[in-house]
Structures are given as C-alpha cells and as structure tokens.
Design a protein around this ligand. Structure first.
Ligand SMILES: Nc1nc2c(ncn2[C@@H]2O[C@H](COP(=O)(O)OP(=O)(O)OP(=O)(O)O)[C@@H](O)[C@H]2O)c(=O)[nH]1
Length: 675
C-alpha cells in the first residue's frame, strides 16, 4: 500500500510537471515567435532608414552635377574626390553619362577616369527609364570582380537624364547587418540575413555567403521554400514562417525590394527551459524518494501495532507462547481486534487443557481397564487398551492401523459378524457375541465382544469395542453340557439322552420306523466288584462299552442307563437286523476277557429287544418293554437275547420273524433263545 501510494504521488507530480512544462514551452514559443516578427520588422525599418539615408545622400550629391560638368574630367574628378560623406557610405563611387559610359571612378585607391561601358546593366537601364534612384540586385563588379549592390541616382536637367551617380556597396566588405543588428542583444542569439526578393543574400554574418542564394544557407533554406510556397508575401510587419525546429520571420524593407530574415533555433530557445525541466524532474524525483522513505517510515511507525498483531496472529495457537504473551498494546480497531483474538486464544487454551485432561483420563482407563477396549474406524484399530494388547499378545504399535479382521480366527467368522453388527446398530442396540480370536502366535481363544457406535447416529465415525477372554468359561460350560448328557465313566450318552431320543422316535412315527431299542444288563457282574474291587468293576464297564460300540452304527445311540445296564436305539432298523445286532453285542461281550491282576475276567450279558410299534403312547413304555424282555433273557438263563412281542400276537399264531416284501414281520409269540 505504501509503495502504491508513493508511486501514485510520483506519477501525479510527474504528469503535472510535464503538463506545466509543455504549457510553458508553448507560451514561450508563442512569445518568442511574436518577438522574432517584431525584431525582423524593426530590423527592416532600421535598414530602410539607413539605405534611404544613403540614397538621399547620393541624390544630394547628384544634384550638384550639371551637364557641362560631364564633359570635364578634371571637374568630375575634383567633385568626386571631394565627396567625403559619400565615400564613407559607399565603397566605390562612379559617374556614368547618359549613354552608359563610365566617366570617373573613385574607390580607396583614388579618383580616376575609367573607360567602362555599363549601358547594358539593368540598374542603369532602369534608372534611365524610371528617372529615379534605384537599388540593384547583387551583381559582380566589372572593376573589382566583387559582389556589389549599386545605388543609383539620375542627374536630371530639363527633363532629361544627363548622367547617373552610382554608389557601390561591396557585400564581402561592408556588413549591412551591423547597421541593423544590436550586437549586445545576446540573450536569444538569432540568425539575421538580408536578401533581395529573389533570395540573393545581401548581408550575412558569414561574408562568403553574401551574393549567394539563401537556398545555400542550411538554417534558412527551408524557410525560404515555405515563404515562396506562401506566395512570397512581403509585409513590413513581418510574416511568420516558423517550423518545428526554427522560429522564423521575414519582413520587407521599405523603399527596397529587400527582405530581412530573422530565425532562431527552437531547441536553443527551449534549452534553458528543458534544462530547467530536467533539473526540476531530478529535484522532484529526489523529493519523491525522500517523501517515499519518510512516508514508509511513518506508515511503519503508524502500523507498528498492526504489524506486531499480525506477527502474533501468525503464531496464534503456538503452544510455545503463553495465551497472554506477545500482544501489542493498541487502541482503536487494532486494539479491538487484539482483544477478540486474545480471547479466542484463551478459550482455545482452556479447551485444550480440558481435552488433555480427558485424554489423560481416557489413557488411564485404557491402561487400567480389566477388559480389552478398542476403537475402530473403517474396520481399523484406532485406539487399543493395554489389556487388549495383553489378550492378543500384540504390542500396541503393531495393532494400531491394522484391520480388525486380522485378530479373528477365521475370515468367515469376521464376515458373518458384519451383518449382525449392522442389524444391532440399526435398532439402536449394542452388539454382543462370542467369537474365537487369535493371539499373535496363532493361538485361538474365545472372546466375548461387545460393540456400540461412538456416535449412535453415525456408526461410520467409529465403534467402541470391549473384549473379554472367556475361554475358561466356554470350556467349563462345554464340560457341564457334556456331563449332563454323558456318563462320566464310559463316555457314553446317559439315560436322559436315550429317553429323549426314544421320545423323539415315538413322536416322529411313522417316519422314524422301523426302529428297535435294546436293553442289556451284565450277568454276574457283582462278583467282579466283590472279588476284584470296584476299580475292576469300572474297568469292566468301560471294556464292555467299547466292545458294544464296535457292534453298532455311528447313527445308533449306545447309552449307559445306570449300574451295569445299557440301552441301544437302532433307528431305521427292522427287528431282524436289530436281533442280529443284539446277538453280535452279546457275543462281543461274552468273548471279552479283561486281564486284571494276572487273571482274565469275563462277564455275560442278557439282552431284551423291543421294536417300535404304533401302539406305544410314550417312550417309557417302549423302554419298559425292552427291560421286560431283558428280564426274560435273565430268566431264561442269561447271556441270551429275548424279544418283546406286541400284545396282539401273544395269544398264538405262527412263531418267529418272517421275511416279507415289506421287510421282516413279527409273526409269532415265542421267546427265542439264541444261545
Ligand atoms: N464297579 C462298579 N460297580 C457298580 C456300578 N454301578 C453298580 N455297580 C454294581 O453292580 C452290581 C449290579 O448288581 P446285580 O446286577 O444285581 O449283580 P449281578 O451279579 O450282575 O446279578 P445278575 O444281574 O443277576 O447276574 C452291584 O453290585 C452294584 O454295586 C459302578 O458304577 N461301578
């Protein structure tokens, strides 16, 4: 702004000075142009008076001559020699008779007769014709060979011209300008010359130019052309024929056909003015520079508070500077601005302090929290607690910025979680689920994950997670579930499971048919306990379980009902096939020889079989019938298989199982002994 102001000031001063200077130049030129005309006119008048004076003197002398005198050379010589005044006015004097013969001649060399004929000379002819004194154009003297101007005066007697008195002015010798130009006027030197109407130079400061055409003058030849083009006007008051380089005026000399030319060089005229302008410009430039420097210093001083305020504002929130430090003391608008900025800085410092406290608290919480805490955005960890790092066995720096998917045991789990998470957030519910995660070494563990968005309205802004390691909880829960459904000694399913499966088969009839249940009880098991101890009994129970398991399909259910009793559910198994399975089980158990303390222990088994029929109202009855058949096997002498026959077949009819197109059919009531 300062620089622009100074430039504008300098430009203004420059333009104003230039306009004033140009106007001064114009006015100076106009005044000088008028002066040139006036001086040319004045010179012409002065010259006219001089020349007219010469003519008068010539006329007075001519009047002294009488016709008889012209025939007497001695008289003429004496008269001419006595003309002292004329001899000062002219360089030569001579007398010519009416026929043009020169009678007597006087110059500096003396007065003497001269035999010369001038009858052909225009000045002589005109003098005779016009009977008055005339002034010739410059001509070459026939006596001296010099350029001369001749002034004549006729000697008239009785109306006739008897002779002519002639006065010669030698142009090279006599400077007519000396009579008109004031040599003391040197303030504005001008070139002044005198020519005749044809432009032949009569007087010139350079003597060699006299007698030549004005066109040979480099200073005035252009002016002469313009004068001719203007119609060669001749006025006493002078004509202005200036051009851009010269101020030129030409004035007619009264009583002659001569012209006085006066010309001045415009550049020379204006030189002092232009020198003054240059000087003034230099001074003005100096003033502008001084002003600019002064103005800059003043503005700098004036704007100092603003400058300091700007510097402080550049470091507005720089934590190295205290909020109240570095502000300039200022009043007015700058002061107002300073107070507003200062207040903003203070408020921001307070907010920062509060934020730092919150961050401190947050990092304390994250460090001390007994659960893993994480904040994710765009599925990447942005914040993790110390406990989470422990859980994942991963340093904080290795977790931050990593995708959350990285800690999931399987990618499928991670992708399955995403829609569940979105569904919970959609109904503004926190998400909670159990997923298997991986520690850094690849070791899996179960974690309970809870999540909720930082901003409930924009889950994309971030999600807060809490993670708990529930591996033990899951393990004990699994064990509990297993023990509720299994026999801890043999690892087989327990009675509860068997009864549930039987009940389901009953309820799913007829789709679950054909199906059979086997119920078996070990024979003479008690003596093993009694004789070899309870551990031997346990070992026998486990051995029996494994032997029985080898005889059933994986889809069949082998269960320990309690004590030395077992049950088998054979689904999609007709009675004859079940019969074969029962026999196979009996054989496997009875062939079992369990080594114990150097002895080989053996047991037998009694098996009861009951097929599923449409008559059963519940599973308990079905199992009770199998139990009844087992009891029948015991009663029949043990280590045998007995089948339960439905009530309708108990009254009689064909015996045993028959194969039909539909499968095996029960067609008789008889307890079979397969021993
Ligand atoms: N070692 C052991 N013995 C058991 C267990 N449960 C029950 N018993 C014993 O199993 C025996 C079962 O009795 P019984 O069926 O009457 O004995 P048994 O000698 O097989 O008689 P029969 O069936 O008539 O041949 C009892 O002595 C119980 O104490 C068990 O878990 N472990």
């Amino acid at each position: 702004m300062t620089v622009a102001g100074v430039l504008a000031l300098a430009l203004g001063i420059g333009v104003t000075a230039t306009v004033l200077m140009l106007r001064a130049e114009g006015e100076t030129l106009d005044a000088q142009r008028r002066m040139v005309l006036e001086e040319a006119s004045h010179d012409a008048l002065t010259l006219s008076r001089h020349v007219v004076g010469q003519q008068r003197a010539l006329g007075a002398a001519a009047g002294q001559f009488h016709p008889p005198d012209l025939a007497r050379p001695d008289v003429l010589q004496a008269r001419l020699a006595g003309e002292h005044v004329l001899s000062t006015l002219f360089d030569a004097l001579f007398i010519v008779d009416a026929k043009g013969r020169m009678l007597m001649f006087r110059d500096d060399a003396g007065t003497r007769p001269m035999s010369l004929d001038v009858a052909d000379r225009p000045y002589f002819i005109r003098t005779l014709e016009e009977r008055r004194g005339i002034i010739s154009e410059p001509v070459t003297s026939r006596v001296t060979g010099n350029q001369v101007v001749l002034l004549t005066w006729p000697m008239v007697h009785a109306g006739a011209v008897s002779g002519v008195l002639v006065g010669a002015i030698t142009l090279q010798r006599r400077d007519l300008l000396a009579t008109v130009v004031d040599p003391t006027n040197t303030e504005h030197p001008a070139l002044v010359i005198i020519t005749d109407a044809a432009g032949k130079i009569i007087a010139h400061p350079t003597a060699d130019m006299r007698g030549h055409s004005i066109e040979a003058d480099p200073f005035l030849h252009g002016a002469f052309k313009r004068w001719q083009e203007a119609g060669s006007p001749a006025e006493l008051s002078g004509i202005d024929i200036s051009d851009r380089e010269h101020l030129t005026g030409v004035a007619a000399v009264p009583g002659t056909d001569w012209l006085v030319w006066r010309s001045q060089d415009v550049a020379g005229l204006l030189a002092p003015l232009r020198d003054g302008r240059t000087e003034a410009t230099r001074v003005a430039a100096g003033v502008v520079v001084v002003l600019a420097v002064g103005l800059a210093i003043m503005l700098r001083w004036l704007l100092r508070p603003l400058y300091r305020l700007e510097k402080r504002a550049d470091r507005l929130f720089d934590s190295d500077i205290a909020p109240d430090e570095g502000w300039p003391a200022a009043t007015g608008e700058v002061g107002q601005l300073q107070r507003v900025l200062r207040r903003s800085v203070r408020e921001r410092a307070l907010i920062e302090e509060r934020n730092n406290q919150v961050l401190q608290q947050l990092s304390s919480v994250l460090a001390a929290a007994p659960v893993g805490i994480a904040v994710t955005r765009a599925d990447q960890f942005e914040l993790v607690s110390a406990h989470l790092c422990q859980l994942l066995d991963t340093p904080q720096d290795d977790l931050l910025g990593q995708p959350m998917q990285l800690v999931f045991a399987s990618n499928e789990d991670y992708f399955a979680m995403a829609p569940q998470l979105a569904a919970s957030f959609k109904v503004s519910q926190p998400y909670a689920a159990e997923w298997q995660l991986l520690r850094r070494g690849g070791q899996p563990f179960w974690a309970r994950l809870s999540a909720q968005p930082v901003n409930p309205h924009a889950p994309a802004d971030g999600i807060i997670w809490t993670l708990q390691d529930i591996t033990r909880e899951v393990a004990s829960r699994t064990a509990l579930e297993w023990s509720a459904t299994h026999d801890s000694l043999t690892g087989l399913a327990n009675r509860t499971v068997l009864e549930e499966r039987l009940a389901r088969a009953v309820s799913q009839r007829p789709g679950s048919m054909p199906a059979c249940v086997l119920m078996f009880d070990l024979d003479h098991f008690k003596p093993i306990n009694d004789e070899f101890g309870h551990a031997a009994g346990d070992a026998m129970l486990r051995a029996v379980s494994q032997a029985a398991a080898t005889q059933v399909r994986s889809v069949d259910l082998l269960a320990r009902i309690g004590g030395d009793e077992f049950g088998v559910l054979l689904e999609h198994c007709p009675a004859d096939a079940a019969q074969r399975v029962a026999v196979a089980i009996r054989d496997a158990i009875s062939e079992l020889a369990m080594p114990w303390e150097g002895r080989s222990l053996r047991v037998g088994v009694s098996i009861g079989l009951a097929p599923l029929t449409a008559d059963y109202t519940d599973a308990a009855q079905w199992l009770a019938d199998a139990d009844q058949a087992c009891y029948g096997a015991k009663a029949a002498g043990r280590n045998t298989v007995r089948s339960h026959l439905p009530a309708g077949l108990a009254a009689g009819g064909p015996l045993g199982w028959q194969q039909s197109a539909q499968g095996l059919r029960l067609v008789a009531q008889r307890t079979s002994n397969t021993r």
